[in-house]
Design a protein. Structure first.
Ligand SMILES: C[S@@+](CC[C@H](N)C(=O)[O-])C[C@H]1O[C@@H](n2cnc3c(N)ncnc32)[C@H](O)[C@@H]1O
Length: 404
């Protein structure tokens, strides 16, 4: 039987006046969540991360903060933890993953969070994951996690948020779940909303990001921004996206620009090279966009007032919406958009500070095939630019073979 919440049926207490929370960052990666929260005035007291390359970054960037390895060997959270923050592994929940859901070896690690909370319930919990978790097995994973949080006495709200709302030219949607023992998480996560910003749909005159490793459905194509940076890909390796520039050249961005596309300072993941150069893309792709975490951090210190008028209670079997909440009695759909803020993203071309690397022949041919098979509208001059790029690289390739 579910434990009843103290404020069952009533509006929970307003968030306290304290601005600075003590944070335990679990599955910390390179600290996107923690960096954003610290920019909003919160203080990280513990980081838990078992990947060597990520630990090398955390060790330098969060100097002096206790760093623990495997979460399964952490017996309990520090005594005065006020916020547990965790972007738990998503390989089994994402579209490119194995779709094993929470039974998957990686994503089932979220149960470690629940184990820690059972031992020590902390006032606030912030979880992050891919939006596919709303749809995989009709949202079973999310329902399971939120159900467990309810059992522990938490109120919760979740919201899908697009990183472009914070001025980053990266189309990246992630689901943020915020749970609280005493306060109203809706006031933090759902109260602020901006009308969505309009984006160019046509590829003319702007840079376009893409992945050549994805199918033909246009999933990876992004106009005037890059598609979500990834820690892995359909072919199992972390890959940089390609960018088709307005002048027809094709590049993959520099890792320093990729860090900036996630809101990190340039060179943030440089310490990972002590473990190996190739890790940086994976770490950046796995991270939480820093300005999104910063926004949530600021709202924790200064919440708004959410108006739930018109939010309908979900019925059994309903598909999970992009934002919802539960204050003890049933799950309600929220109309909150993926745009809490409204900072017009900078044009991708203006955003990039480094020239990047020319796209390889193999990748360019892959893109050409994908574009031909898809229904995407690509201006004719772009297609011919792509053909020229391929011809040039083929000639260079042939010359190199002859010379060898
Ligand atoms: C989705 S990433 C989190 C990214 C992070 N929020 C950031 O902004 O960089 C999940 C992280 O969980 C870590 N992880 C996986 N298994 C773990 C374990 N058993 N103990 C600790 N960390 C683990 C992975 O190495 C990975 O860095």
């Amino acid at each position: 039987m579910r434990r009843r919440m103290a404020t069952h049926g009533k509006k929970a207490a307003k968030v306290g006046r304290r601005r600075s929370l003590k944070v335990a960052g679990i599955f910390a990666g390179v600290g996107g969540l923690e960096l954003g929260l610290s920019r909003a005035g919160h203080v990280t007291k513990l980081l838990v991360e078992n990947d060597r390359a990520a630990r090398a970054v955390l060790g330098e960037r969060f100097e002096g903060v206790r760093l623990h390895g495997n979460v399964t060997t952490l017996s309990r959270l520090p005594a005065r933890t006020e916020l547990l923050a965790a972007g738990f592994p998503c390989q089994d929940l994402s579209q490119v993953g194995q779709l094993a859901g929470l039974k998957g070896e990686k994503s089932s690690l979220v149960f470690e969070i629940l184990r820690l909370l059972r031992r020590r319930r902390v006032p606030w919990v912030l979880l992050e994951n891919v939006p596919f978790m709303l749809y995989a097995s009709r949202g079973r994973a999310l329902r399971l996690i939120t159900g467990e949080l309810e059992d522990l006495g938490y109120h919760w709200a979740y919201r899908t948020i697009d990183s472009r709302a914070f001025g980053l030219p990266q189309r990246r949607e992630r689901v943020f779940i915020l749970a609280s023992l005493e306060n109203d998480p809706r006031d933090v996560l759902l109260a602020e909303d901006a009308a969505s910003v309009s984006f160019p749909r046509r590829a003319t005159g702007v840079a376009c990001g893409f992945y050549w490793t994805e199918g033909n459905r246009g999933l990876g194509w992004a106009v005037d921004c890059v598609p979500p940076l990834k820690g892995g890909s359909g072919i199992g390796i972390p890959s940089a996206p390609g960018i088709l520039l307005p002048d027809g050249s094709l590049i993959t961005p520099d890792i320093r620009d990729a860090e900036r596309l996630q809101g990190f300072p340039s060179r943030w993941t440089l310490p990972a090279t002590k473990v190996g150069e190739r890790h940086r893309w994976r770490l950046v792709g796995n991270a939480v966009s820093v300005p999104v975490a910063e926004w949530i951090g600021r709202r924790l210190g200064k919440p708004g007032e959410y108006d739930p008028e018109g939010d309908e209670r979900l019925r059994r079997g309903d598909t999970l919406p992009r934002a919802a909440w539960c204050m003890g009695e049933g799950v309600h759909r929220s109309g909150a958009s993926a745009w809490p803020a409204r900072r017009q993203p900078r044009a991708l071309l203006d955003f990039l500070l480094h020239s990047g690397k020319p796209l390889s022949l193999k990748a360019a041919v892959g893109l050409q095939k994908r574009l031909r098979a898809s229904s995407l509208h690509v201006p004719r001059e772009r297609e011919s630019a792509l053909r020229n790029h391929i011809d040039r690289l083929s000639r260079e390739d042939a010359k190199a073979r002859l010379a060898a």
